[in-house]
Design a protein around this ligand. Structure first.
Ligand SMILES: Nc1ncnc2c1ncn2[C@@H]1O[C@H](COP(=O)(O)OP(=O)(O)O)[C@@H](O)[C@H]1O
Ligand SMILES: CSC[C@H]1O[C@H](OP(=O)(O)O)[C@H](O)[C@@H]1O
Length: 396
């Protein structure tokens, strides 16, 4: 890997090809084709392939602003460094579950990575009715290993502090602090919802118990430096097939609370369930069960085998850590469900429901479910209980 200095300029399809040639990504004389395929909120993503072999690479480049809003929302280019560094860190423990990084240039805010076009973004696949039998097994392992091996349980104290320093990510954390933990709970101009939801949304804004519990969750996000988290682990950040899973887009990575990624993933599975007829929901609940089971199993194995912290031998400590991570994850899932329903960044699972009455009903259920998860999280100690909370809001 080769980090070079060059001055920043946004790439075009032609200059992305020129960069690929300069980096010798393809044999000399290859006939290259490039397309900008970015469909996320923030960055440019170029797919460059050799027309004859179809072998390709991805060049991802950060823009100095949030693409979805425009230049009025400036954003640090440092997120490209964070993303490539996080992918490389994750590859130390789960190499099969992340794309390979071939080259980075922090000044150009560029990462060259493995082309995963043979897979599908799991949100799109789940909406289309695919089940991805290994998705939750793989994500449970991803969560357990990336979190455990970047925590104080596995790192020397000085190495952990270095990690915190390297992954200090103020701009992107601010986005989450605002868009996930604050704006949806107030009458803020970033919010976006159908007029038919106004009564439900105003009830949510007036719910002081909900606000207090959300404030506690936001505080965890602001202050708990447990482990290097992905920071945006929704189903749109996961490529999948029946056999493979790859987690992309860790530009929101920072050292944060253990339960955050778990909660975002579970929250997005629940959002998908809300868009489905009841007979298609069980497979999604099973994914939630498996994610937590595999997370617990793999985290516990690493705890037994690789812990450096002397207190990990103390009876009850592992259970305490797991119980707290689950409780927080349930609350974070609630915040994710609410913000994806009425905040700035929606999900196709709900917005794509063609029938308007059905869509509004699903969003009302999402607001009720998110609220229940935030308020009741201390009583929810097992994934199986999520089914009854879900059934209650679906019946209302
Ligand atoms: N490694 C990859 N291989 C193939 N396609 C990719 C890859 N990374 C990103 N993409 C495509 O680009 C889209 C946006 O990528 P993402 O990293 O989510 O961007 P953003 O940071 O803007 O959200 C993805 O939904 C996917 O279609
Ligand atoms: C203005 S950023 C909104 C939203 O977008 C990010 O997601 P992605 O990069 O996957 O498109 C993140 O979830 C932010 O909260």
């Amino acid at each position: 890997m080769n980090r070079q200095k060059s001055s920043y300029k946004p790439l075009s399809e032609n200059s992305a090809i020129a960069l690929a040639v300069r980096l010798n990504l393809f044999p000399a004389g290859s006939d290259l084709h490039c397309r900008e395929i970015g469909d996320g909120n923030l960055n440019l993503v170029f797919h460059i392939a050799d027309k004859s072999s179809d072998k390709g690479f991805i060049i991802k480049q950060a823009l100095p602003y949030a693409k979805v809003v425009g230049e009025s929302w400036p954003l640090s280019l440092d997120r490209a460094r964070i993303e490539s560094s996080a992918l490389q860190k994750q590859a130390e423990t789960v190499p099969a579950l992340v794309p390979r990084v071939y080259y980075t240039d922090d000044s150009l805010a560029v990462t060259v990575m493995e082309d995963l076009s043979h897979l599908k973004i799991s949100r799109t696949g789940l909406i289309g009715g695919e089940n991805y039998p290994l998705l939750s097994e793989h994500i449970g392992e991803f969560l357990a290993k990336t979190l455990f091996y970047s925590s104080d349980f596995a790192l020397e104290p000085s190495a952990k502090k270095e990690l915190v320093k390297k992954f200090t990510n103020p701009d992107l954390c601010k986005i989450t602090e605002d868009l996930v933990f604050t704006d949806p709970f107030f009458d803020h101009d970033t919010n976006d919802f159908e007029e038919e939801l106004r009564a439900d949304v105003e009830a949510l804004w007036a719910d002081t118990e909900l606000k207090l519990e959300t404030a506690k969750l936001k505080r965890k996000f602001l202050t708990e430096a447990d482990a290097l988290i992905h920071g945006d682990l929704h189903t749109g950040s996961i490529f999948a097939s029946d056999t493979e899973t790859k987690v992309i887009d860790p530009e929101f990575a920072y050292v944060g609370p253990l339960g955050f990624d778990i909660g975002q993933f579970i929250g997005n599975l629940l959002l998908n369930s809300l868009s489905k007829p009841s007979q298609e929901q069980e497979s999604l609940f099973q994914h939630i069960d498996t994610t937590w089971e595999v997370f617990q199993r793999e985290f516990s194995k690493s705890w037994e085998r690789d812990s450096l912290e002397v207190f990990t031998r103390t009876e009850g400590y592992l259970q305490h850590v797991l119980t707290k991570a689950f409780e927080d994850a349930v609350g974070f899932a609630g915040c994710e469900i609410i913000r994806r329903t009425i905040g700035l960044a929606h999900v196709a699972d709900l917005d794509g429901i063609a029938d308007k009455n059905r869509r509004i009903q699903a969003k009302q259920q999402a607001l009720a479910l998110g609220t229940a998860l935030i308020k009741e999280r201390t009583s929810i100690t097992q994934t199986k209980q999520l089914r009854s909370y879900f059934a209650q809001v679906a019946a209302s």
